[in-house]
Design a protein around this ligand. Structure first.
Ligand SMILES: O=C(CO)COP(=O)(O)O
Length: 128
């Protein structure tokens, strides 16, 4: 039996529509994974019908919670659509999350093109 993968999904406000579109494009494969998301992103993803565990909202510590999962080896990949044009009060948390991914070699996608490659590697290959 193939082990179920855990994927964290995060999107800044300007990228939430893109995240919902991405999730819909890959919904059947994402259904095979355990999903976790920052609060507001997760509430949007739930509207697609997918089950997702909600952490706190990003600015209230959600990014830090996802970073902790990465540090503890409890997430297989993080798909984080950052808004490169926005300013964020919790920028230190965002940087920390990315740093932890590099420290622990956790795959991190910051745009849909990379997100798709990660899903293909993680979810598509195992189901061939
Ligand atoms: O701020 C975020 C990532 O830095 C995302 O948080 P929300 O999903 O709660 O909007």
């Amino acid at each position: 039996m193939v082990e179920q993968k855990t994927i964290a999904l995060i999107a800044h406000d300007g990228k939430k529509p893109e995240m919902v579109g991405f999730v819909k494009d890959h919904i059947e494969r994402l259904r095979t994974a355990k999903l976790v998301a920052t609060g507001t992103t997760g509430s949007y993803i739930r509207k697609t019908g997918l089950e997702v565990e909600l952490k706190l909202s990003g600015p209230k510590g959600g990014d830090a919670q996802i970073a902790a999962l990465a540090a503890e080896g409890r997430v297989d990949a993080i798909i984080f659509f950052r808004d490169p044009l926005g300013k964020h009060a919790h920028e230190p948390d965002i940087q920390m999350l990315m740093r932890v991914c590099d420290v622990y070699n956790v795959p991190l996608a910051t745009n849909p093109a990379t997100g798709e490659l990660i899903l293909k590697g993680l979810l598509y290959e195992q189901n061939r």
